[in-house]
Design a protein around this ligand. Structure first.
Ligand code: HEM
Length: 414
């Protein structure tokens, strides 16, 4: 494809769909020719949701990191971290600002403190026996099957089991929770979005009723009983937290699991390296998958003043699009960035989890889950292979896979 800056609109799903994955080639052109580039509002606009006002695309690693860290100039609070414009819609603006992702420090720091202590690497280490046991169950389910749909039937399972455990959602309701979370995540193609969100909130009400009256160790309970600035949290703050986790807590890990299996299938030499020393090579292989195919394409910020960057002025109040996909392939940071190499020495410098004050709270948990489930999968079923091309998600937001059939190769499943 011979591409120029402006050839595709990053807010248009149809344009993304042309690539069958994240538009890596387009970002390569932007990094080289227009690293701070104005992406105009798409035509037509998304039918069911708020309009997109256009945004400045940052495609260089250094710039994405800078904007993620400098919340005074690049605010999450001003106009949400989505690529839509919520300023004209007071209810939506308030809802976005009630969520962790839509706050700036110092308020953001206080809310983060409510749940951060439960997600530290040390706390996650305590969960390893639980995670391992469920990873074994998920993989054991595959034994004896010829073919499976991997993304929703397998890769989604462990993240949902863990999310329910941490949130306090009863395990038997996890498929319903996932269904509602997936609907909430798909607002870009869902004109019925507002009704689906209401359904999620009703589900939350039921979960809250089933919780004990006193505080326990679940994240939801910490939000329900927690205080910020000497006051209890509002209903909006609690529902936004539930909504954020119903997307952030599983969609990303599910897609990374699927990308891992896809990439191993597409790169048999790398799979061979991995299997030579599975336990030793798996952690860096996971980092390389996150670098090469990050499951979150972007989040946005809003300029709080005119900002000069690489000779371009980003005007005050304009949206700024932070491309994790592009930052992770910046040739100034990663040598031969399109190559998938599980031995890459600096793979873990990737920005798949963001950086700065909003750095992913679930990073440690996600890494541990991925190690447990992928370790178990390749130990027990090293011959698994794709049964056909995966179906990409074609989203403006997620670099995901909607379906992927795998041959399980029963001969090796013992
Ligand atoms: C491979 C898996 C994951 C990836 C790639 C990922 C990626 C991200 C990214 C890019 C952000 C936003 C960073 C920013 O705006 O600067 C984020 C935020 C967040 N993630 Fe994750 N995530 C993953 C798994 C998880 C899990 C398992 C959980 C929880 C169980 C989680 C909870 C959160 C929360 C609560 C935030 C908001 C943090 C804040 O605004 O302070 N994530 N994640």
């Amino acid at each position: 494809m011979n591409l120029q800056p402006g050839d595709i609109n990053l807010a248009k799903q149809d344009d993304i769909a042309r690539f069958g994955a994240a538009p890596y080639e387009y970002f390569e052109v932007l990094r080289r020719e227009a690293p701070v580039f104005w992406n105009p509002p798409p035509e037509p606009q998304n039918p069911g949701y708020l309009p997109c006002p256009g945004f400045w695309v940052l495609s260089k690693y250094e710039d994405v990191a800078l904007a993620s860290k400098e919340h005074e100039r690049f605010s999450a609070w001003e106009n949400s971290v989505l690529w839509t414009d919520v300023r004209e819609n007071p209810a939506e603006l308030a809802a976005q600002r009630a969520g962790l992702l839509g706050m700036d420090p110092p308020q953001h720091t206080q809310f983060r403190r409510l749940i951060q202590p439960g997600l530290t690497p040390r706390k996650v280490a305590d969960l390893v026996p639980f995670i391992r046991e469920h990873a074994q169950e998920v993989v054991a389910e595959l034994a004896g099957k010829d073919q499976v749909e991997f993304v929703f039937d397998v890769a989604a399972e462990l993240p949902m089991i863990l999310l329910c455990q941490l949130m306090g959602v009863p395990q038997h309701q996890r498929h319903e929770y996932m269904r509602l979370g997936n609907k909430a995540a798909s607002f870009e193609y869902n004109p019925d979005f507002q009704n689906d969100i209401l359904e999620l909130y009703l589900f939350l009400d039921e979960v809250v009723k089933s919780l004990p009256g006193t505080q326990d160790d679940t994240m939801l309970s910490k939000y329900l009983h927690g205080e910020v600035d000497g006051r209890r949290l509002t209903r909006d703050e609690i529902t936004q937290f539930f909504l954020t986790l119903s997307i952030a807590g599983h969609e990303t890990t599910r897609n990374t699991t699927a990308h891992f299996v896809r990439l191993m299938d597409e790169h048999p030499d790398q799979k061979e390296h991995l299997l030579e020393d599975l336990d030793g090579k798996l952690p860096n292989a996971i980092e390389e998958v996150l670098r090469h195919s990050p499951p979150v394409m972007q989040f946005c910020r809003t300029a709080t003043c005119d900002i000069e960057l690489r000779g371009v002025t980003i005007p005050k109040a304009h949206k700024v699009y932070l491309s994790y996909v592009s930052a992770n392939r910046d040739e100034e940071v990663f040598e031969d960035p399109n190559r998938f190499d599980i031995g890459r020495p600096n793979a873990d410098l990737h920005l798949a989890f963001g950086t700065g004050p909003h750095f992913c709270l679930g990073a440690s948990l996600a890494r541990t889950q991925l190690q447990c489930v992928l370790g178990e999968l390749y130990r027990k079923l090293p011959d698994i292979e794709l049964a056909g091309p995966p179906t990409p998600m074609n989203s403006v937001w997620f670099n995901g896979i909607d379906a992927m059939a795998l041959n399980v190769c029963p001969a090796s499943s013992n």
